[in-house]
Design a binder for this molecule. Structure first.
Ligand SMILES: [Zn+2]
Length: 177
């Protein structure tokens, strides 16, 4: 603090008196002075109004706490209302129904599991393959540790994996025909 001139007059006077008779401390203060000079940025930092910054931070924290409290109480109040619980349950049910209807429409007028004689793409233990009846064409990725699959709505199945030995990334994709 003495090197930066941050001491009060009494402490500064005492320190200066000690420094006049102590080489070690004089050297240390000189080192601090040099250190300050090697960091020009330190001198360029504008005077920061710490009290104002602290007050703003406190205000923001209070505001955040108040907002959190407000959300919490209103959520609790809403949750207690039977009408809301019922409405929420209905909404959830409606969402599930909408999802099911969408699924059915995507699958076609007669939803069913793909029979074995229909062309299909599937992932197997060793790879991905396009199968039609008892014929199958596949792309193997045996040995790959983690494979990520992507399924396309147009009947595509992709696999992406990293060869553990070479580190090579391979992406394959098969189509329904
Ligand atoms: Zn000393």
């Amino acid at each position: 603090m003495h090197a930066g001139g941050d001491l009060g007059w009494m402490a500064r006077w005492k320190t200066a008196r000690h420094l006049s008779g102590c080489r070690r401390c004089t050297a240390e203060v000189a080192a601090f002075v040099r250190f300050r000079e090697t960091l020009p940025e330190l001198k360029q930092i504008p005077e920061v109004p710490w009290n104002r910054v602290a007050a703003e931070m406190r205000a923001n924290i209070r505001l955040g706490l108040a907002a959190g409290e407000c959300v919490r109480t209103s959520a609790a109040a809403w949750g207690d209302t039977p009408l809301f619980s019922g409405a929420r349950a209905t909404l959830a049910l409606a969402s599930v129904l909408a999802l099911m209807v969408t699924g059915l429409m995507l699958e076609g007028p007669a939803p069913r599991m793909a029979p074995s004689n229909e062309p299909m793409v599937q992932a197997t233990v060793n790879g991905i393959q396009s199968r039609s009846g008892d014929q199958a064409f596949g792309l193997m990725h045996s040995g790959a540790s983690s494979v990520s699959y992507t399924v396309g709505a147009q009947g595509t199945l992709g696999a992406r994996y990293t060869d553990p030995e070479t580190g090579q990334v391979t992406m394959t994709k098969v189509y329904v025909e």
